[in-house]
Design a protein around this ligand. Structure first.
Ligand code: FMN
Ligand code: EPS
Length: 390
């Protein structure tokens, strides 16, 4: 499967076109809307999320709740568009008018794409960069991930995520028995964290950052369970699934690091405490005693849950202004803000779940074919049985 997204943060809509989706997949708007609503939530979000009520319109590739195999188009409207119609319009406007509307951006915000994008594309109004670099785009990326989750679920694979750390406060209690329990418990916490005590401290830290006009980042973790052995491949660099997942996580706005399994900790431990010993039983087939490598060896899944962490930097737009330079006057100025999230780590954990789901679903289809769901399901089942007896 492949997809393209289009749309500006304050334009009329966001669009995604997805090609290569198997036919005979039951797909309803509510499957997508559930994930869109989760992405909008989470403690620390700003005023924009009170305006938007993200809902998908499926405008191609699905008839009567079933995919046809044709390209699928998702559209999500921006409710805020009505406040930006003139500013975002396709019609040319004069310099004076642009000035009057106070939306022309000549002062690049540190930590954003503004200055680099403006120099690269030759924009004197950096709004042309801001509009597309905004994490508003993650709305439709999550819609594509939600579709991927439906494919995965139909093949016995589930994805869940939670927040491990915000503003230096770590979740101590991170244990769960099943992926469903992980999902349920993270959903119950406003910061999507399993540790109740840490959740409260994280919320207080977000409040404090907001009061101080500052922002804080954190670490999210995504787990994928029920994965067949051998998704991805060792035979070529661009088929290694851990590499693709790492790239997908790093492509989320504000993500600055990724770990698979124990990740960076592996640098500090001897091999005997890093590699996962192999066992076999008639009931379960091949298993690992531990899962320190997060479900991957040789760029392929080993049947253990995939465990991926992503690091999100603090939100760059701060109420406490950072210094920048006006590109017209070249004078220094302190960047001001109208509205912003103070912490989007809980929301970003949902984005992370969905971009990982997309990569895993794609690898699944690479291995088991992509024309129609029942054939894929049968192939996955046969593969599970064959792996067990191998
Ligand atoms: C869900 C989500 C919400 C975000 N909300 C904001 C925000 O309100 N204000 C802001 O300045 N940055 C926000 N960001 C981060 C910026 O989009 C990002 O830092 C910026 O585009 C620069 O990209 P980079 O940090 O990946 O280099 C958000 C990111 C995500 C994932
Ligand atoms: C719109 C979303 O997030 C936005 C991401 C974002 C940024 O700079 O990335 C900046 C803010 O945009 P605005 O200035 O319009 O409030 C966030 O609200 C969203 O997540 O749907």
């Amino acid at each position: 499967m492949r997809f393209l997204t289009a749309g500006e943060s304050h334009g009329p809509q966001l669009t995604a076109i997805i090609e290569g989706v198997p036919a005979q997949l039951p797909l309803l708007a509510e499957d997508i809307d559930r994930e869109l609503a989760r992405r909008q939530g989470g403690y620390g979000r700003g005023r924009r999320m009170q305006i938007e009520k993200d809902r998908v319109q499926i405008v191609s590739g699905v008839r009567h709740g079933m995919t046809t195999g044709a390209p699928i188009t998702f559209v999500v409207e921006n409710k805020d568009w009505k406040n930006w119609t003139k500013i975002m319009g396709a019609e040319p406007i004069s310099e004076e008018e642009a000035e009057k509307m106070r939306r022309k951006l000549t002062r690049p915000r540190p930590g954003h794409a503004d200055l680099n994008g403006a120099i690269k594309y030759g924009h004197r109004d950096m709004r042309n960069v801001l509009e597309r670099s905004s994490a508003r785009e993650t709305t439709v990326r999550v819609a594509c991930g939600a579709l991927a989750k439906v494919i995965l679920k139909a093949c016995g694979i589930e994805v869940a995520g939670h927040v491990r750390e915000i503003g230096g406060i770590r979740a101590e209690e991170t244990n769960y028995a099943t992926i469903q329990e992980l999902q349920k418990r993270s959903e119950e916490s406003p910061v999507r964290c399993l540790d109740e005590d840490a959740s409260k401290k994280m919320m207080a830290a977000i409040d404090k950052a907001k009061q101080d006009g500052d922002s804080i980042g954190g670490i999210v973790e995504v787990v994928v369970a029920g994965v067949p052995i051998g998704l991805g491949s060792h035979v070529h660099y661009d088929r290694k699934l851990d590499g693709k997942i790492a790239g997908a996580v790093m492509s989320i706005n504000a993500f600055k690091g990724v770990e698979i399994g124990i990740g960076f900790e592996a640098a500090r431990l001897p091999g005997s405490q890093v590699h996962d010993e192999i066992t076999w039983s008639e009931e379960e087939g091949y298993k690992r005693k531990t899962n320190r490598l997060g479900g991957f060896e040789g760029g392929m899944t080993n049947g253990m849950p995939i465990v991926v962490k992503g690091v999100m930097k603090p939100i760059p737009t701060l109420y406490k202004p950072l210094q920048s330079v006006d590109i017209d006057s070249k004078e220094p100025f302190a960047a001001g803000v109208e509205r912003s999230d103070s912490c989007a780590v809980p929301a970003a954990s949902v984005v992370c779940e969905n971009v990982v789901a997309w990569e895993v679903a794609n690898a699944l289809l690479d291995t088991f074919g992509s024309d129609q769901l029942p054939l894929i399901q049968a192939a996955v089942e046969r593969h599970h049985a064959a792996s067990k007896e191998f």
